[in-house]
Design a protein. Structure first.
Lengths: 171, 403
């Protein structure tokens, strides 16, 4: 499945893919492309299931990277499909934007078990609730880490006291 | 009767802090729980809060001592894509050479550790002796064995000069001559075969579902390698092929033995890539923008997001970067090291094996926990320690020791 077919397949589901490209190679110049797709939270699970259905091999899930953008949080799910052949792989990122007043995403562990670490990580790092996830223990932070401090936030819940630990820190 | 055997947080077999709680029934492992939160350094948070993105390169380099080129490589790839910074041809080649040198030393380090986990210490010493050759080459070319500070947005900081090339070629010859010997030592030895064949099997299906990467997934027969699937830098020129164990042994089992095979083949492949890169090394500049303030201003103006993916020795390394116009540093930075994905595969690998197999199976994915745990410092009763407190504590400790 090439990139145009994937864009077409996503279009059938009413999803618009943004293509980002970058050249690589010196003698043998090739264009590396990545796809970025905005997905509503309610449709995320359906879209990921669709991706599993249309891709030849099981899609590779890399990680979830959430970003605090003020009133909202963007949750990026990085996938890649079509690996295993020369220039065959296409990275796809599903971007789910959720308001800070209602921070939750559905769990994907029932369809892709490998998402468990990332989901546990976004709970502790960003304060996003993952609905349907059974194991909500801390992953990287210690058990006694304070509940209302989220290291990846850019608002008042970001860690403040620990700032002083780093030399040259400016208020 | 069921018991839980804790391997870690600090265990002689694992070298780095992580806890694997194994539930056992007799000698048989019946459940596995991995607890990663043993040493979180908050690297991503530090990186997002430095003064400028150039400083973050050096933070990225310190994510892992072994992959000290791979992490800045991913970061630079993402930032260059967003800010549209060009990279000169020569720099692209030097980046490939540096990556492959890193792969050789990482895989040889791993081979030594694997031999040690099997209790085969003479092989550990032998492997680490031959690893010194690539370490010496790295030092000769870069001035340092690890944390070499080579990466810069838009190129590399140090050139590979004419006087370096004979030394690198000498290293290539050294490893080419040694390959058969090392392969024989690792693959034909009866003890190693007994301890690794059919031990710690990861099936292709589990590998897909648990999102394993790198040599771990390739040993299960999945031809997944970023250098082949989505080549970056100068890699399209080399047409890298993902190594799977059937290329040497004719079959894929997906066990610990196959993971040794894959890494051995990759060392050979890396040596070949370096040789080709040296033959075709283009002349020219190594940096597209030498003035650092100009570079910083350019990144500050850029807006957008990108992912940088690099095939690190342990597997696919991915960094997500978001830049915001007018914002001093990286607005968001997420690091995913290969071990993060691979430790999830410990459970199916360890299930129904014996306690004695835990060290070698755990080591077979080449875990790098400094990459994965990115310091939260908490005192008694949830009190956070400041730099001043830590200083006082260390002075107190020194005084105690001097008594």
């Amino acid at each position: 499945m090439n990139i145009d077919e994937i864009i077409e397949a996503l279009k059938e589901k009413g999803l618009e893919a943004r293509v980002q490209a970058r050249m690589a190679g010196v003698k043998n110049k090739v264009e590396r492309k990545t796809l970025w797709v905005d997905v509503e939270r309610e449709r995320l699970k359906e879209v990921v299931e669709y991706l599993i259905e249309i891709s030849e091999e099981f899609p590779h899930f890399s990680v979830i990277s959430p970003v605090d953008v003020g009133d909202d949080v963007e949750v990026n799910y990085h996938f890649s499909v079509g690996y295993g052949s020369y220039m065959g792989e296409i990275p796809i990122t599903f971007k789910v934007t959720i308001p800070k007043s209602d921070l939750w995403v559905p769990t994907l562990t029932d369809i892709i078990p490998g998402t468990i670490f990332s989901e546990r990580e976004i709970i502790e790092m960003m304060g996003i609730d993952v609905k349907g996830l059974e194991d909500k223990r801390h992953l990287f932070l210690t058990e006694n880490f304070p509940d209302d401090v989220y290291p990846w936030r850019r608002d008042e819940t970001a860690p403040k006291e620990t700032n002083k630990l780093y030399e040259g820190w400016k208020e | 009767m069921k018991y839980t055997v804790p391997i870690g947080p600090i265990h002689p077999a694992l070298k780095e802090p992580i806890a694997i709680n194994c539930t056992v029934s007799g000698e048989e492992i019946t459940d596995v729980d991995v607890i990663a939160s043993q040493n979180h350094r908050g690297i991503e948070w530090i990186g997002m809060n430095r003064d400028n993105p150039i400083q973050t390169i050096y933070v990225a380099e310190r994510i892992c001592g072994i992959c000290n080129f791979c992490h800045p490589a991913c970061l630079a790839m993402a930032v260059e894509e967003i800010a549209e910074i060009e990279v000169p041809d020569r720099a692209q080649y030097i980046r490939v050479i540096q990556s492959e040198l890193e792969r050789i030393h990482s895989h040889l380090l791993w081979a030594g550790v694997a031999a040690h986990e099997l209790g085969f210490d003479s092989l550990l010493h032998y492997t680490w002796k031959i690893r010194e050759k690539v370490m010496d080459t790295l030092e000769f070319v870069n001035g340092n064995r690890v944390t070499k500070a080579i990466m810069m947005y838009g190129g590399v900081r140090r050139d590979i000069k004419d006087e370096h090339i004979p030394k690198i070629r000498e290293m290539i010859k050294y490893y080419q001559d040694l390959f058969d010997k090392v392969a024989k030592l690792f693959l034909e030895d009866k003890t190693i075969k007994m301890r690794t064949r059919n031990i710690g099997i990861l099936t292709k299906e589990d590998a897909f579902k648990l999102q394993a990467v790198g040599p771990t997934v390739r040993a299960s027969g999945v031809k997944k390698d970023v250098r082949q699937d989505a080549p970056y830098y100068a890699y399209p020129d080399f047409e890298v092929k993902a190594m799977t164990p059937d290329m040497l042994t004719g079959e894929v089992v997906g066990d610990t033995y196959d993971r040794i095979v894959v890494r051995l083949l990759e060392v050979k492949q890396s040596v070949e890539i370096i040789e080709q890169a040296l033959d075709e090394l283009p002349p020219g500049e190594i940096l597209s923008e030498e003035k650092i303030p100009k570079l910083i201003a350019r990144i500050k103006k850029a807006e957008g997001e990108a992912i940088g993916r690099h095939e690190a020795p342990r597997g696919e390394d991915i960094h997500y970067v978001k830049l915001k116009s007018g914002f001093e540093n990286l607005y968001a930075w997420k690091v995913r090291a290969p071990t993060y994905s691979n430790i999830m595969a410990w459970k199916p690998m360890l299930m129904h094996h014996q306690i004695a197999d835990i060290p070698i199976v755990a080591a077979s994915i080449d875990p790098c926990l400094s990459c994965t745990n990115r310091a939260v410092v908490l005192g008694d009763e949830e009190k956070m320690l400041t730099a001043e407190d830590l200083h006082k504590l260390s002075v107190k400790k020194t005084k105690e020791m001097m008594k």
